[in-house]
Design a protein around this ligand. Structure first.
Ligand code: TYD
Length: 210
């Protein structure tokens, strides 16, 4: 049994990751590949319950450390119960966000430091890395328009943070991707969704050959 491939999509808010995850999963399915489309935080009943706590926190909200631990706990469940079993059974995983979101949001923008996040990921999920991470980048103005069109004023606890926080996130993603050119493909996320999908399809082509 050949192990399945693990592809993560990363980027800031409103970069079109969810749309592109679906288009990619559909295209792979059409090629006869068995694909599971999933997301973080979430992807298992336990992790989805933690997602609700993270995005709509009870009381006064989480401190930076508690927030990072909750993301790591959700990921540990997702990896153990869903991602690893799927890969071992030969299925492909397309995941809308993974550990690099924690590195960029909690580690850099949230100030905990990337080393702490990587250490938590080692403990929680055995340090599992995707075979390829697609970083989708869009102009700041496009993102703002997409977010406004998507949820009006109903943003969640993290999406609703200051513009500066989100700028730090975007810069962190870029730096993380540049430090690992083998593990990342940076995708221009501006323009028509079908054109962006074609860029992604070209980027994942080497995974189809192996
Ligand atoms: P979601 O609605 O999935 O956002 P988006 O559509 O922008 O991907 O909500 C996930 C939120 O959680 C988003 O604001 C990013 C944040 N997040 C982290 O801060 N750390 C993480 O490790 C993950 C996976 C997500």
């Amino acid at each position: 049994m050949t192990r399945g491939r693990f592809i993560a999509l990363e980027g800031g808010e409103g970069t079109g990751k969810s749309t592109q995850s679906r288009l990619l999963a559909d295209a792979l399915t059409q090629r006869g590949i068995t694909v599971e489309l999933t997301r973080e935080p979430g992807g298992t009943p336990g992790a989805e319950a933690i997602r609700a706590l993270l995005l709509h926190p009870p009381g006064e909200g989480w401190g930076a450390e508690a927030e990072a631990l909750l993301f790591a706990a959700a990921r540990a469940d997702h990896v153990a119960r869903r991602i690893r079993p799927a890969l071992e059974a030969g299925r492909w995983i397309i995941c809308d966000r993974f550990v690099d979101s924690s590195r960029a949001y909690q580690g850099v923008a949230g100030g905990l430091g990337e080393r702490a996040i990587v250490a938590l990921h080692e403990i929680g999920s055995g340090g599992l890395r995707p075979d390829l991470t697609l970083l989708i980048e869009v102009d700041e103005r496009t993102t703002a328009a997409r977010i406004a069109g998507r949820d009006g004023d109903g943003t969640d606890a993290i999406g609703g943070r200051q513009a500066e926080y989100h700028r730090d996130v975007a810069q962190a993603f870029r730096r993380i991707a540049e430090a690992d050119p083998e593990g990342f493909a940076v995708i221009d996320g501006n323009g028509d969704p079908q054109d962006i999908h074609q860029r992604i399809w070209r980027a994942i082509a080497p995974l189809l050959e192996r």
